[in-house]
Design a binder for this molecule. Structure first.
Ligand code: NAD
Ligand code: ZN
Length: 344
């Protein structure tokens, strides 16, 4: 089969003929229909320091996808050929204390699809049946293709109650924009998003209908609070930029007792925390990784079924053979989600 492979330990990605993956008794084999390019894929493409330490070469990469089941293993009774599904990108051990307690997102032995094991930028992918989510028929194919990052957004945005709250999202990347849309859908009063990139601020207004999308270099969060007649600061912060300045601005603009969910991955050497603000303002800060299996997936579906629309966050589509253009669109920053069509 054809696949996009990290064939060499250097920048780039290569189209290769590789053997079709074989299924075990508990596995499901899926024909990939569409796949999203994640920031992680871009890191691997560019072969940054993290990728050099993490990625075994050669490896089929990619983990955001939708596809159709073509074959199931002997033990698999819940899924059938023809089902339209996505894969949860974290394959957990199933045996540790957290896994056994049903807290699979807290497994300490997670394998990443397209990171530690063969991924989804291929005609076929095989995953354990415990990693499969079957889509409701009304979910649009393209939206189904980005359930993985949509799940990051939902997991973060719903980490704390947002009904009636003033929510600040730092970073209007695709995940920040989806999180803003989720916070609005879940009843937040104001959703303010920040980003340095005007394309992304525009996209946030169009795709998530945020209350304000601001450039923090031009408008301070204090000005926004005054403008919106907010009394004591934001109640909930969703950190989606990985930028230390954005995080410190956020900490300074929260109400006492506010909650912060952090998804953005900072460079540890750059990140500093004003602990006095955390302590005296009694803030709660929570790290978020991946998605809850499968509460987040359930909520994603339920919100789409109850009127949430995240389709506008998808801005670019390419045939999978044109993946280089897709990665360039991602790299430019002037894009939302970029989708590769695997049916062509
Ligand atoms: P992205 O890189 O597309 O978006 C980040 C955005 O932050 C960019 O638009 C950038 O312009 C903006 N930004 C940079 N500096 C800023 C500042 N000072 N103020 C405001 N905005 C600023 O990333 P994404 O794909 O949307 O993902 C969001 C973050 O979440 C990334 O850091 C990513 O690495 C991380 N992530 C974490 C998980 C997890 O499980 N924890 C999963 C996926 C992604
Ligand atoms: Zn485990």
């Amino acid at each position: 089969m054809k696949a996009l492979v990290k064939s060499y330990a250097k920048p780039g990605l290569w189209i290769e003929d590789v053997p079709e993956p074989e299924i075990g008794i508990n596995d499901v084999k899926i024909r990939v229909l569409a796949a999203g390019i994640c920031g992680t894929d871009l890191h691997i493409y560019l072969w940054d320091e993290w990728s050099q330490k993490t990625i075994p070469v050669p490896l089929v990469i990619g983990h955001e996808f939708v596809g159709e089941i073509v074959e199931v293993g002997f033990n698999v009774t819940d899924f059938r050929p023809g089902d339209r599904v996505s894969g949860e990108g974290h394959v957990v051990c199933g045996r540790c204390r957290n896994c056994l307690a049903g807290r699979r997102h807290l497994c300490a032995h997670t394998q990443g699809v397209g990171v530690n094991r063969a991924g989804a930028f291929a005609e076929y992918i095989v995953l354990p049946m415990t990693n499969i989510w079957r889509h409701a028929p009304e979910i649009p194919l393209e939206v189904a293709a980005i359930f993985d990052p949509f799940g990051n957004a939902v997991h973060t945005a719903l980490a704390f109650p947002v009904l009636g709250e003033d929510v600040l999202v730092t970073g209007a990347g695709p995940i920040g924009i989806m999180a803003a849309a989720v916070a609005r859908h879940a009843g937040a009063r104001n959703v303010v998003i920040t980003d340095l990139n005007p394309y992304r601020r525009e996209l946030a207004i169009k795709a998530a209908k945020v209350t304000r999308a601001i450039d923090p270099r031009e408008t301070t969060l204090q000005q926004v609070q005054d403008d919106l007649d907010m009394q004591e600061g934001f109640d909930v912060g969703l950190e989606m930029s990985g930028n230390s300045r954005a995080f410190s601005d956020m900490l300074a603009s929260l109400s006492h007792g506010a909650k912060v969910a952090m998804l953005g991955i900072p460079s540890p050497s750059e990140m500093s925390i004003d602990w006095n603000k955390v302590i005296f303002n009694q803030l709660t800060i929570r790290g978020i990784y991946g998605r809850e299996m499968y509460e987040t997936w359930y909520k994603m579906t339920a919100m789409l079924q109850s009127g949430l629309d995240i389709g506008k966050v998808i801005t670019h589509r390419f045939a999978w053979q044109d993946f280089d253009e897709g990665f360039q669109a991602m790299r430019s920053g002037n894009s939302g989600k970029v989708i590769l069509d695997w049916t062509v």
